[in-house]
Design a protein around this ligand. Structure first.
Ligand SMILES: [Zn+2]
Length: 303
């Protein structure tokens, strides 16, 4: 029942949109530019900037894990009808396998690298403690943390990259894409200041996540991410013990978990430190609302 009013509003808005805007800012579905994004947050950028001139679909569905995902044959054939593929470009595993297939199967498909121009941080950098938790031989030197989209600063660059690719794929509507990108970037700047204000008074600025997706976010807001695992691997008992010690030393009471990962070990950590687990989603479609929600969660967990 909770969803009825939202759905009703959505339908009403859609009706209004089609009444007033048919012909001006939208096209019938079959004539729209088909865009495929690899993950939900990038689909959000493509949808916001492409507006009524694009149809966006996503490879890794909500709740899917991009580190292990394999596209279905249906998704692969959908790529054949697409004009533009928006990739994360930051070493997300499923994408690395996929790109070679895509390029050979669909040489005409345009590829937008959403990470173009963004400074990648190495996995296990100062915002995580992987280096302390894992043994030296388990380090993966030269591997980058792929989760750059969770920084609102990086989101401004993503918006530019997506806009540029849409304008190249569909030059007739470049002014429209530019206007949408400008509006989105303005919202992202406001979002960033809003979150800075929200987090300003937090004293203990360390948070513990099971999956290390929030390093770029932590950098943006002068927080410190402590991460339990790396690359989705199950922790050894020794690694688990060291995370528990680290959490205790930092007076941490909340273990943040991603809905894409098993929470069994996170629950163990939470039990050992007398704390709880709380979900934060690194891959939600509604980018801005999701960062607000995650920030509230982190703020609550750091006090
Ligand atoms: Zn991840």
């Amino acid at each position: 029942m909770l969803f009825m009013p939202i759905r009703f509003v959505a339908v009403a808005l859609l009706l209004l949109f089609s009444l007033f805007c048919s012909g001006c800012t939208s096209k019938p579905a079959e004539k729209r530019l088909r865009v495929v994004a690899s993950i939900e947050p990038l689909a959000y950028f493509a949808q916001r900037i492409g507006g009524g001139y694009v149809t966006v679909s996503v490879m890794v569905p909500s709740g899917g894990n991009p580190h292990t995902y394999e596209p279905t044959p249906k998704q692969m054939s959908r790529l054949g009808a697409a004009k533009l593929f928006v990739k994360a470009g930051s070493g997300v595993e499923f994408e690395l396998d996929l790109m070679q297939k895509i390029v050979s199967m669909y040489p005409g498909l345009r590829i937008c690298d959403a990470s173009s121009g963004i400074q990648m941080q190495p996995a296990g950098h100062e915002n995580g403690v992987q280096g302390e938790v894992h043994d030296a031989e388990e380090h993966h030197h030269g591997r980058f943390d792929p989760h750059y989209w969770l920084s609102p600063q990086n989101a401004l660059v993503i918006a530019e990259n997506v806009k540029r690719s849409l304008a190249e794929a569909d030059p007739g509507h470049s002014a429209y894409y530019q206007a949408n990108a400008d509006r989105l970037k303005e919202e992202l700047r406001e979002l960033s200041s809003e979150l800075h204000v929200k987090l300003a008074q937090v004293v203990n600025r360390r948070f513990l996540v099971f999956h290390p997706a929030w390093g770029y976010y932590a950098s943006d807001f002068a927080l410190q991410q402590i991460a339990a695992e790396e690359e989705g691997k199950t922790l050894t008992p020794r690694q688990l013990e060291r995370v528990i010690q680290k959490a205790r030393a930092n007076r941490i009471r909340v273990v943040f978990v991603s809905p894409q990962f098993s929470t069994v070990q996170a629950e163990t950590i939470a039990r050992e430190i007398g704390g709880v687990t709380r979900p934060v989603d690194p891959l939600a479609f509604d980018y801005q609302e999701n960062l607000r929600r995650a920030t509230d969660a982190f703020k609550g967990g750091m006090q």
